[in-house]
Design a protein around this ligand. Structure first.
Ligand code: NQM
Length: 350
């Protein structure tokens, strides 16, 4: 099933419909998406990392969990398949997909699905409308980066700190200096390197295309994230999709902080869900890069994260300085359900 999940789009599969061997599965998925090819012309990928995504879903045998969700990020012009990051946007489609495929029985009005995010071994609860026991995708909720409105899907995250690295501050410090630039390395669901846009010679308000055209900036971001990755215990991240880098600037549209995010080098059209949850947790911390740039109407107000196509509101519940729960509202839509015909596997020439 092809679905829009939040501001991303991906192919959703039942795990049982895919090869069990990860190498065989990944080869099939690359051919389905049309990678490697900058246009993904021979597959169903959308020629951008945000539309070259796969969700693999299976029933869960764990107590209190309904379904298991494995996220796979496929490269566009590289033949890569990575399970090293989560995707909170595709997550928005998991509950509806589980109902559509009969993995979860819908309630008469609404349904809550407990989802284990296999990539990070975290649990999220998705709550959405199911009038008469069927998913209703229509509604009045608008999210920045998606035209029109759809039914709201509430996503609640638990214990996301250290999702990929084991610690909220994986370097053990609230600030590090890399290449002479102060950064905060954070992992509250997504490993992210937070830096002040002004320290990289940009305002942080540029449109994504302007940032994407700046080769010098791209090289500096790569140097920052590669060194940060090693400090965060992620090893050599030269070719991997995490950590992301978020440049922060003072808000200018009524939000709490303004962001421009690199995933890991392409510029995000908005910001990832768990990326935003991580950045929000970072800038709430005393001493973190961005803390002094943050404007928040009150301690209980949601963290409104400005990004290139609008704002994303994140609620972060703190236990002291440690985030315990976060929640966010997304929408999702079933776009297409059917049979995909992958490009044939290339036969090795004798
Ligand atoms: O941070 C893009 C997206 C994402 C990931 C990325 C995401 C998240 O917008 O939870 O959703 O950071 O590569 O889908």
């Amino acid at each position: 099933m092809l679905m829009r999940g939040g501001t991303s789009k991906g192919a959703y599969f039942l795990a049982g419909d895919l090869p069990a061997d990860p190498a065989v599965r990944d080869d099939l998925l690359l051919r389905i998406m049309g990678s490697p090819d900058p246009r993904q012309i021979d597959g169903i990928g959308g020629a951008h990392p945000l539309t070259s995504k796969v969700a693999v879903v299976s029933p869960s045998g764990r107590p209190g969990i309904d379904v298991e969700y494995l996220f796979l990020q496929l490269g566009v012009d590289e033949p890569t398949v990575s399970d090293r990051q989560n995707c909170g946007n595709l997550l928005a489609g998991i509950g509806p997909f589980a109902v559509e495929r009969g993995l979860v029985r819908a309630g008469e009005d609404g349904t809550s699905v407990r989802i284990r995010m296999v990539n990070s071994d975290n649990v999220a609860t998705a709550t959405f409308a199911t009038p008469g026991g069927a998913v209703d995708y229509d509604g009045d909720t608008a999210i920045s980066g998606v035209p029109g409105t759809a039914a709201p899907i509430l996503l609640d995250f638990e214990d996301t700190e250290g999702s990929a690295t084991g610690a909220l501050l994986p370097t053990g410090r609230v600030r590090d200096v890399i290449d002479g630039i102060e950064v905060t390395c954070v992992d509250n669901g997504m490993p992210v390197v937070v830096a002040a846009a002004s320290d990289l010679g940009v305002t942080g308000y540029e449109p994504p295309d302007d940032l994407a055209a700046d080769d010098g900036l791209r090289d500096r971001i790569q140097s920052l994230r590669v060194q940060a990755g090693a400090l965060m215990g992620l090893g050599d991240v030269t070719e991997t999709s995490v950590p992301k880098t978020t440049l922060v600037a003072p808000p200018r549209d009524g939000g709490a902080i303004c962001t421009r995010t690199f995933i890991p080098l392409r510029v995000h059209a908005s910001i990832g869900v768990l990326g935003a949850v991580s950045v929000a947790a970072a800038v709430l911390m005393d001493g973190a890069v961005g803390h002094d740039l943050t404007r928040r109407p009150g301690p209980d107000a949601p963290m409104s994260v400005e990004h290139p196509s609008g704002r994303l509101e994140v609620r972060v519940e703190l236990d002291g300085a440690t985030p315990r729960r976060s929640s966010i509202v997304r929408t999702a839509r079933k776009l297409f359900d059917g049979t995909v015909f992958p490009r044939p596997a290339t036969r090795s020439t004798p």
